[in-house]
Design a protein around this ligand. Structure first.
Ligand code: AVJ
Length: 331
């Protein structure tokens, strides 16, 4: 059997977690909804469309960097075990796996959507006789403990600027777990978007065709359907801006007029005012220095940095125990 799957989330547990998240987010000030709820079938399709927009440079920039880097990375590292967090359709993975030039390799995609994981695995396996897939269906912030013991030299992939959705404490928690998956000689390949001219960043999240606005409003359709809410998505304005002090794009939904929303499953009624937006996403931007500091805080060392000036792929290695204990002596 070249395909194994472990499922650590079920529909009921996911719905319960969503109910808690939405209750907390809508009760707090500022009001917020977690960005992981953008991605139902419609949201995933809209995001896919975003990746092809002229203003959204991130995906193209990362793909080009991966194409350039893949052969050298795969040959010098020679991984036998690839773990990918938030693997989705594993589109970028193909590029990396192909670059190894055959040979046995176990791929462990970690993603919440079993259907997507299974379809992607089937496609990869059909084209790659040396491949074995051990999928972990779950939330990468909670279920990394279920990643199997390494089958050899390991490469962990966390691509696409997905880390940008996490605030500093959540990033530290996640990278700490990733550190735990690595042994000497193993590597993490991390895709981060870079701090740059705010007009370029803001254009990427305010495309002319309005796809990002639709993607943003889709989270309200998801909450309506899943929790029996009656948001009127079309009555919200998409607002995305670069918060330079925090190095992040913030996406918000602003009610055009006062709106009373009922969330049946939560037995919750909220009154929304145009002065109070719902904060739906943060997308953090990094510099080489801030990425390095983030890695070092969790016992990872920045081993290589590949960039086109807009986006970067960081290669990180686990620090030795002694180096992780000692504060950095020389900057
Ligand atoms: C998938 C989280 C990397 O933050 O750029 C795209 C999501 N939001 N346009 C990002 C997104 C609005 C995207 N990530």
């Amino acid at each position: 059997m070249r395909y194994r799957v472990e499922v650590h989330v079920d529909a009921h547990t996911r719905l319960k977690a969503m109910a808690e998240d939405v209750l907390r987010g809508l009760s707090e000030r500022p009001r917020s909804l977690p960005p992981k709820y953008f991605y139902d079938a419609v949201g995933s399709r809209l995001f896919d469309e975003i990746t092809r927009l002229p203003e959204y440079y991130l995906t193209r920039a990362e793909d080009a960097l991966l194409d350039t880097l893949a052969p050298a990375l795969m040959h010098t590292l020679g991984p036998r075990d690839v773990v990918e967090l938030g693997s989705g359709f594993s589109l970028k993975t193909r590029r990396l796996l192909d670059a190894r030039g055959g040979g046995p390799l176990r791929y462990t995609p970690v993603d919440v959507d079993e259907t997507t994981v299974a379809a992607s695995a089937e496609r990869l396996l059909a084209q790659d006789p040396g491949l074995e897939v051990h999928a972990v269906v779950g939330d990468f912030e909670r279920h990394l403990v279920h990643v199997p013991a390494p089958s050899g030299r390991r490469l962990v992939l966390f691509l696409g600027s997905t880390i940008g959705n996490l605030d500093a404490p959540a990033r530290q928690a996640l990278l700490g777990q990733v550190r735990g998956l690595l042994r000497r000689g193993d590597r993490l390949l991390l895709g981060v978007d870079l701090v740059k001219d705010p007009s370029v960043l803001e254009a990427a999240y305010n495309d002319a065709a309005g796809v990002t606005a639709q993607f943003n409003r889709n989270i309200l359709h998801v909450v309506n359907r899943s929790l029996g809410a009656d948001f009127r998505p079309e009555a919200f304005r998409h607002h995305a801006w670069y918060n330079a002090a925090e190095s992040r794009i913030e996406m918000h939904l602003v009610p055009e007029a006062p709106q009373t929303v009922r969330v049946r499953s939560l037995d919750l009624t909220v009154r929304l005012e145009p002065t109070e937006s719902i904060w739906t996403e943060s997308s953090y931007k990094f510099t080489r220095a801030s990425a390095r500091a983030m890695l070092e805080a969790t016992g990872l060392r920045l081993d290589a940095w590949h960039t086109d000036g807009r986006f970067a792929l960081a290669v990180a290695a686990p620090m030795s125990r002694a180096a992780a204990r000692a504060p950095r002596a020389i900057a």
